[in-house]
Design a protein around this ligand. Sequence first.
Ligand code: S3P
Length: 172
Amino acid sequence: MKNKNIVLIGFMGVGKGSVARAMVKRSCMVAVDTDDVIESIENRSIKDIFATDGEAYFRALERKTARWLKKSVDNTIISTGGGFFKVPALKKVGKVVLLNAPFDTIYERILTHPDAAKKLKKRPLFQDIDKARALYEERLPQYLKVADMVIDVSNKNVDAIAKEILKKGKKR
Ligand code: S3P
């Protein structure tokens, strides 16, 4: 299969899902979210998966999802969980686009969201701000290393970000 997927990676709360939805409106592509796939396979929330079976079990589900995407999905925008970028098959799933902003910008965006409490509660790795910041700092160089394209999302609305990715993608 000639794989033309766009894989959005980046830290929790950076807006991967919203950007994917904005890209769908501007293109003839559909979108799929890896956390949604995992929640439907398991028929329970990410929060419950972490609480009951732990992170290692969740990471194995991410690898399984990556293999399925690689084999069966084409011409699709794939938004991912913040740790999905570590799956070995990542580069074979599609063009990897990193959405990034400084940690404080991401955190402030979550806090000022009308559903802030819900957004934080559903993310097991965003329960402690110091730990989340350390995770961001540890991951940033790793995100940059795997990305085919890097988009700074600070001070931009989702529609402008979607437009930028699609425009840059065409030039490749
Ligand atoms: C995770 C990010 C979450 C979700 C899980 C683990 C991570 O997705 O996959 O809680 O390791 O960064 P979002 O990036 O959509 O919050």
